[in-house]
Write a protein that binds this ligand. Structure first.
Ligand code: PMP
Length: 360
């Protein structure tokens, strides 16, 4: 059976080269006579896999000295809680920017653990834009400023990094980390669930500035303390070994394909193809402010929601799958992660044109 074009928001499509390589190495990794899945996480072979993955990630993102890379579990959702537990550091308030469903989840999780100030919110316009920084009501000496760099559900993305003075910047980059170059040095902490641009579910990446580690008050339980994982180099307990291995293959694939500069150019071209098509059609609509449109997750509606089921069923017959929008917002959503080739986006646009011509 041919592979489909999978527009899922996550777990999402992975590079075919990576899957083929993993298949090839499934029974015998580099002459070890074992699958990576069967290896001790403390053995030489796996330690080299984890070290290579970290080295390649550091290369891709040009991570400066003074930052730890942690390979954790619990998804991005556990980070919603670990962040306030570790970073409040006795300060009164943590600032959050509310740009949609994922920011709201981060805010609600933090509320149980800290005083939260929602410094700006896009809820007044149904989360279709990023509020301008001039309107943000920031707290002086806040413990940190948290924002969601890409709202996977609403399709709203920060195309820029907020300016902060003396306040650690914290970002949930679950759905756009590795989609473009990034100045890591501007951040106190970056985190991401792996299951979009990084690798399989089960792994969460945290990049944290050294001076922010070990300051939780009271000291969090060991598994929830960044200090534990930094000290043990993510081997305090058994890490998600196979997910780390696949993530490492994805990092290699990105490096072999021009790094993040070239990746960004491919992502710009893919997003432009789909947004231009939507903007030129009377049948499809994307409600997001143009400057804040996500390159990764394109949300759109048909002229009538009565046609949604038909649209999805016909799409599947064209091998275009997982186009249904998130249950909280409805409509459609096409996720265009790094591993989605432009041919997949072209196939989607061709199908959308055909559907509009017959049903519009
Ligand atoms: N933040 C964002 C932006 C997400 O897209 C997601 C998952 N789709 C999460 C957080 C939650 O991630 P996890 O399921 O890994 O906890």
């Amino acid at each position: 059976m041919p592979r489909v074009y999978n527009f899922s928001a996550g777990p999402g499509t992975l590079p075919e080269e990576v899957l083929l390589r993993a298949a090839d190495e499934m029974l015998d990794w580099h002459g070890s006579g074992q699958s990576v899945m069967e290896m001790s996480h403390r053995g030489k072979a796996f330690i080299s896999i984890a070290e290579d993955a970290e080295t390649d990630l550091r290369k891709l993102l040009s991570i400066p000295d003074g930052y730890h890379v942690l390979f954790l579990q619990g998804g991005a959702s556990l980070q919603f809680e670990m962040i306030p537990m570790n970073l409040i550091r006795g300060r009164a308030v943590a600032d959050y920017i509310n740009t949609g469903e994922w920011a709201k989840k981060a805010i609600n999780a933090a509320k149980g653990l800290a005083d939260v100030n929602v410094a700006a919110s896009g809820e007044d316009r149904s989360f279709t834009y990023v509020p301008a920084p001039s309107t943000w009501q920031l707290t002086e000496h806040a413990a940190y400023l948290h924002y969601t760099s890409n709202e996977t559900i609403g399709g709203v993305e920060f195309g820029w990094i907020p300016d902060v003075v003396d306040v650690p910047l914290v970002s949930d980059m679950s759905s756009n980390l590795l989609s473009r170059p990034l100045n890591v040095g501007r951040f106190g902490l970056i985190y991401a669930g792996a299951q979009k641009n990084i690798g399989p579910a089960g792994l969460a990446l945290v990049i944290i500035r050294e001076d922010l580690i070990g300051l939780g008050e009271p000291t969090p339980p060991a598994m929830l303390d960044y200090a534990t994982h930094a000290k043990a180099r993510s081997m305090y307990n058994t890490p998600p070994t196979y997910a780390v291995y696949i993530a490492g293959l994805v990092f290699q694939w990105l490096l072999e394909n021009g790094g993040l500069e070239a990746t960004e150019q491919r992502n710009i071209a893919k997003a432009k193809l789909l947004y231009d098509f939507i903007d030129n059609s009377d049948f499809y609509v994307n409600p997001v402010e143009k400057a804040d449109r996500s390159r990764m997750n394109v949300a759109f509606r048909l002229a009538s929601s009565d046609l949604d089921a038909d649209f999805l069923a016909e799409a599947a017959k064209h091998d275009l799958v997982e186009l249904k929008g998130h249950r909280s917002v409805g409509g459609m959503r096409a996720s265009l992660y790094n591993a989605m080739p432009i041919e997949g986006v072209q196939a989607l646009v061709d199908y959308m044109a055909e559907f509009a011509a017959t049903k519009g």
